[in-house]
Ligand binder design. Structure first.
Ligand SMILES: C[S@@+](CC[C@H](N)C(=O)[O-])C[C@H]1O[C@@H](n2cnc3c(N)ncnc32)[C@H](O)[C@@H]1O
Length: 280
């Protein structure tokens, strides 16, 4: 078998199993199995495929057909022009979370920030890369996610400006980091009854503690709102990613003491996605 034949085989397998971006995914799985770039895969279709590589391709295809996320299979995901290592135990960074970073940068120019629920570390690392004198506290409850956040943090030049902190509440953060200029977070915000309706890639593989936000999806959002004011400097900002207009309505109905909701930003599909509060 050569690379061209392997590509066609992979494409047919993925299509037959209902994968929607089959052509791109077939190429990426081939590059993973053959240890080559996509350019070389396309440029040298006659290149023979070694038996070990063919076997590896079949096992990657099987994993993808069982809906293991492509990012987990490849062990990497792109976020904010960075290649991050990801795997089971941490959420795969999503494009809409780049809007969280973009919005945070409008409000945050220097100082100290907290990234609540850092997961892969994507939000904190993006902010540290853009605000080169800032310092970031990366709070995470899941040891499995901390494993990935650390793998990503240690490959950067920001280690002396960041602290990866194992904890599950705002009360757990070290007092030396208070007050903060910014709290940013992408907490679990999917309402529990909707978890069963998620696509299998997400529902079967990504950690439920990164997704499930309780009955309305707002359990963690409300806990953060309740504790944020105590941690922020006056004028400091809290930005959270949330899951749509219904959640914004609830948050407007139940204002947090000492915090003004100053902005709601939509994602590219027009869904309310980022909410910004300012400490009075
Ligand atoms: C939606 S994921 C976001 C991960 C990452 N920030 C991103 O945007 O890709 C939520 C993260 O919050 C973590 N988490 C959930 N509850 C937490 C808590 N009480 N305290 C700290 N982290 C928590 C989860 O383990 C998960 O890594």
């Amino acid at each position: 078998m050569n690379r061209g034949e392997a590509r066609r085989f992979a494409l047919a397998k993925l299509k037959a199993n209902g994968l929607s971006r089959a052509a791109l995914e077939a190429d990426l799985l081939c590059t993973e199995a053959f240890g080559c770039s996509r350019e070389s895969l396309l440029a040298y279709p006659e290149e023979p495929v070694a038996p070990g590589q063919a076997k590896q391709l079949v096992s990657l295809l099987e994993a993808r057909i069982l809906r293991k996320p492509l990012a987990y299979i490849r062990g990497q995901a792109s976020f904010w022009r960075m290649d991050l290592e990801v795997g089971e135990g941490c959420l795969v960074p999503r494009p809409e979370t780049e809007i969280l970073v973009e919005t945070a940068l409008e409000f945050f120019h220097r100082g100290r920030f907290l990234d609540w629920g850092t997961g892969s570390g994507c939000v904190a690392l993006a902010l540290l890369s853009e605000r080169t004198t800032s310092r970031g506290l990366m709070l995470e409850k899941s040891p499995a996610a901390i494993f990935w956040a650390w793998r990503n943090l240690r490959r950067t030049a920001f280690q002396d400006r960041a602290l990866l902190w194992h904890g599950s509440s705002l009360e757990s953060i070290p007092s030396s980091w208070i007050p903060l200029d910014l709290i940013v977070g992408n907490p679990p915000y999917i309402p529990s009854p909707e978890i069963a309706k998620l696509m299998p890639d997400v529902r079967l593989y990504e950690p439920h503690q990164a997704l499930d936000g309780g009955p309305e999806g707002l359990d963690d959002v409300k806990a953060i709102l309740a504790g944020a004011r105590r941690l922020l400097v006056p004028g400091g900002v809290l930005l959270l990613e949330i899951g749509g207009a219904k959640q914004v309505e609830t948050l407007r109905r139940e204002p947090a003491e000492g915090l003004d909701l100053i902005r709601v930003k939509k994602d590219l599909s027009g869904k309310d996605r980022i909410v910004v509060w300012r400490h009075r």
